[in-house]
Design a protein around this ligand. Structure first.
Ligand code: NAD
Length: 472
């Protein structure tokens, strides 16, 4: 069994206590990792601060950062197979999806590497006797807290733009599924980033995470995770007025209009809610169907769900385990609560008799006000319900506290666009769930958070604007 370490100031460091990493497909221990202490967190923050104060990232020609970033992308691709196997075993996801995470991570480094030398300010005309211009400067030390569902790609999503803009980063990996990120940082270690630019700590959120976000040296917090943790962090951030990006949960709805193409809906439902065992912040967790098509779509969704092959990520199954026993218990408890409130379980709703932490693909018929229609489950559980007309569909879709993504299925473009523009959320998919990419801005409104990741827009979250006004 391999024991993994934390990365502080350019060195791999052990700790007095360890965290056990469990393979959710077997419920057996897979590896251990050093659990960072508060002292480790202080050392990482000091290393990042020194990297900033010595200008090791910000004083070089931006083209040098571009070179480091592009070299990093290559190095990540080289370790993708090895890293994917570790990520598959610690997280439960399929080998193919684990490899995609590494390839996506490489893409973030290519994409933001290409931007590093194009972060140009503007010149502002103020009349004959003045010259005025703006500069984009790094925030400084960026503390980034990462969740377990896509640890490698979410880590790269924030790390790459932060480095491109010249920030030093202290990353807190999740207690569950921290190993893939070790492979990611090993790849980055092999290229030219200066010491202290990248630090990786695995440790308890309530100890190391909370210490980092409240540290005197933090200039920015980037948090991806649950709503309660995000709210707790924001309260502390308010004390110091620390700029923050919050990528939180979701309860996203797809609206199926009368003329929707059945095959597009069904394939999107499969990826929308059963990919990664439904542990996706932007999962399609609610399906709202025009009453004229309701029985037909409901039956096709249930048939698809019942035919999914359940198994481990190494077997490339259609539906893999959820990440932990706690997650399995939480998902099953929410299904039980739905039953108590009068919802109908159309399929699934139980834990299959397998060694790992599985939940059968579940489709539940529920009303908009039930808890299963309002709360994020973070598992392979779809809620389905009919609607009378578009107005009602939009009201139901927008009727939760979240607003991350949404979707519309229909062949008449005018009508689908009109519905899309009424939906609350940072991104709306038409006729294909997850149709966006790393190039398209992503983020939420309401309890789904604020700030945008991905796309050109995201890099502005990692810089501050300085204006220089000169009287000639
Ligand atoms: P979580 O909030 O339990 O943990 C997220 C991270 O926060 C972990 O690294 C954890 O150790 C750390 N943490 C916990 N307490 C902390 C504290 N007091 N201070 C600082 N850090 C602390 O979330 P999770 O269970 O790992 O992830 C699932 C949640 O993340 C879901 O709600 C999901 O929707 C959300 N998520 C959102 C996005 C997005 O981009 N919007 C992406 C992925 C996941």
């Amino acid at each position: 069994m391999t024991h993994y370490l934390n990365f502080i100031n350019g060195q791999w460091c052990d700790s007095h206590t360890h965290i056990s990493v469990i393979n959710p497909a077997t419920a057996q221990e897979y590896s251990t990792i050093a659990s960072a202490s508060v002292d480790d967190a202080n050392n990482a923050m000091l290393a990042a601060r020194q990297c900033i104060s010595r200008g090791l990232l910000s004083d070089v020609r931006p083209a040098v950062r571009t070179t480091w970033m592009l070299d990093a992308a290559k190095a990540i691709k080289e370790i993708a197979d090895e890293g994917a196997l570790a990520l598959c075993r610690e997280n439960g996801k399929t080998l193919a999806d684990a490899k995609d995470e590494f390839l996506e991570a490489a893409r973030y480094f290519e994409y933001y590497g290409g931007m590093a030398d194009k972060l140009e300010g503007t010149s502002i005309p103020l009349g004959k006797n003045y010259i005025d211009f703006t500069q984009y400067i790094p925030m400084g030390v960026s503390v980034q807290i990462v969740p377990w569902n896509f640890p490698v790609s979410i880590c790269a999503r924030s790390l790459a733009p932060a480095l491109a803009a010249g920030n030093a980063v202290v990353i807190k990996s999740p207690e569950i599924s921290p190993v893939g990120m070790v492979y990611l940082v090993r790849a980055l270690e092999s290229v030219g980033f200066p010491r202290g630019a990248i630090n990786l700590l695995c440790g308890k959120g309530s100890v190391v995470g909370s210490h980092l976000v409240e540290h005197n040296d933090v200039n920015q917090i980037v948090f991806t995770g649950s709503v309660p943790t995000g709210q707790r962090i924001l309260k502390g951030a308010a004390e110091r007025a620390t700029p923050s990006v919050m990528e939180l949960g979701g309860k996203s709805a797809a609206i199926v209009l009368k003329d929707a193409a059945t095959e597009k809906v069904i394939s999107s439902v499969q990826t929308g809610i059963f990919f990664n065992a439904g542990q996706v912040c932007s999962a399609m967790s609610r399906l709202l169907v025009d009453k004229a098509r309701y029985e037909e779509i409901k039956s096709a969704v249930v048939t698809m769900a019942e035919n999914l092959v359940i198994g481990s990520g190494e077997e490339q199954a259609d539906l893999t385990p959820v990440v932990s026993q706690a997650q399995q218990i939480s998902v099953l408890a929410m299904i039980e609560q739905a039953k108590k409130e009068g919802a109908t379980i159309l399929c699934g709703g139980y834990a299959p008799d397998l060694a790992g932490y599985y939940v059968a693909p579940t489709v539940i018929e529920a009303t908009p006000d039930m808890s299963i229609s309002q709360q994020e489950v973070f598992g392979p559980v779809l809620v389905i319900m009919p609607f009378e007309d578009e107005q009602q569909a939009v009201k139901i879709a927008n009727g939760t506290e979240f607003g991350l993504v949404a979707g519309v299925f229909g062949e008449a473009l005018n009508q689908t666009l009109q519905v899309a523009q009424q939906l609350r959320g940072g991104q709306v998919f038409i006729n294909e769930w997850f149709a966006g990419g790393i190039e398209t801005p992503f983020g939420g409104v309401g309890l789904s958070g604020f700030g945008r990741e991905k796309g050109q827009e995201a890099i502005y979250s990692y810089m501050q604007t300085r204006n220089i006004a000169i009287r000639l």
